[in-house]
Design a protein around this ligand. Structure first.
Ligand SMILES: Nc1nc2c(ncn2[C@@H]2O[C@H](COP(=O)(O)OP(=O)(O)OP(=O)(O)O)[C@@H](O)[C@H]2O)c(=O)[nH]1
Ligand SMILES: [Mg+2]
Length: 304
């Protein structure tokens, strides 16, 4: 199966939900009137794309429609797919994941997929011939360290760890030291999951982030790993993490098991953050580059 087909399969629940609403919308007739636009906006909001993105998309489409004099609802669906794609925030040139060397600091709520993502990132980079160092800065649970060790073994990369209960900031410090010594292309630091509402744990993470940013000789990207199945709560989480840590990007996981894939757009647009990768399964291969047009096509089912 091609990567696009796999992503499309992963997003099938999101797409079905979206198409159902669109069908209801176009069933009422092909007229493009005020009701149509209102209903379209509501459909986008119901698909978790967020009120702001929905309003922007519909406003732009009204312009496009007038300009191109698109007369019916069918023709509008193609434009919709393009507008969705163009509403994602993209990483500035030279500020994305292709930086080398690069340090990625993965943060997020409990169970969002940080450790798995760290492992998948390591495997991918190693497969591309890069030198990778993993940092086990989730010192909260012993199992978390073992879990990352397992990923390090699978990809045959260096892991820096200390015993459970150690200070996560000092693990980061040591990780960066080892990475410099080994001439690492990519450093991925896994942190402990924490609720965005826990002030203490968010402060701890601020400390970790500032240590890494100060200590690293290479660019650092603080990346929120977010579980798509959380839907609109994901937007709240993302906003809080962004306020506390000044994020550089987002990785959206578990897009395979959810009808809420639209949340990726809400977060990217409302917070001005690029989507760096997407997870569509638990396997080592199931973390992929994000392409806004492919994503929009898979989400809407629009054939181009
Ligand atoms: N279906 C699916 N499952 C995923 C994906 N990414 C991660 N998972 C699963 O989600 C569960 C939690 O993943 P972890 O990587 O342990 O999450 P975490 O954020 O490190 O969790 P904590 O360290 O407890 O905060 C695991 O069972 C993963 O296999 C994905 O893209 N799709
Ligand atoms: Mg973890």
């Amino acid at each position: 199966m091609s990567w696009f087909d796999r992503m499309k399969a992963g997003l099938s629940k999101s797409r079905e939900k979206f198409q159902e609403s669109i069908n209801v919308l176009t069933f009422s007739g092909p007229d493009v009137d005020d009701d149509f636009w209102d209903n379209l906006e509501e459909t986008l909001i119901m698909s978790d794309m967020g009120a702001r993105a929905a309003t922007k998309i519909v406003e732009e489409m009204k312009d496009t429609t007038q300009r191109k004099a698109l007369a019916n609802a069918d023709a509008i669906m193609d434009v919709l797919c393009d507008r969705i794609a163009d509403t994602f925030t993209v990483a500035k040139d030279g500020e994305g994941l292709d930086q080398d060397p690069l340090c990625l600091l993965l943060v997020g709520v409990n169970g969002s997929g940080k450790t798995t993502t760290a492992g998948k990132m390591a495997a991918e980079a190693k497969g591309n011939g890069k030198t990778v160092v993993l940092g086990a800065a989730d010192t909260f649970r012993a199992a978390a360290i073992e879990q990352l060790e397992e990923w390090a073994r699978r990809s045959d990369v260096t892991i820096v760890e200390r015993e459970r209960g150690s200070d996560p900031a000092s693990v980061c410090y040591e990780t960066l030291e080892v990475a410099e010594r080994e001439g690492a292309d990519l450093v991925v630091v896994d942190t402990a999951g924490r609720l965005h509402t826990s002030a203490d744990l968010m402060r701890e993470l601020q400390k970790v982030t500032s240590v890494v940013r100060k200590r690293a000789a290479c660019p650092v990207m603080t990346v929120l790993v977010i579980d798509a199945t959380t839907g609109q709560n994901g937007l709240v989480q993302a906003r809080t993490f962004n306020d506390a840590l000044d994020l550089d990007g987002v990785i959206v996981t578990k897009l395979d098991g959810t009808a809420k894939g639209g949340i990726a757009l809400a977060i990217s647009y409302e917070l001005g953050l690029p989507i760096l990768k997407i997870g569509v399964g638990e396997g080592i291969e199931d973390l992929r580059d994000f392409d806004a047009h492919d994503f929009a096509r898979a989400l809407t089912g629009s054939e181009e």
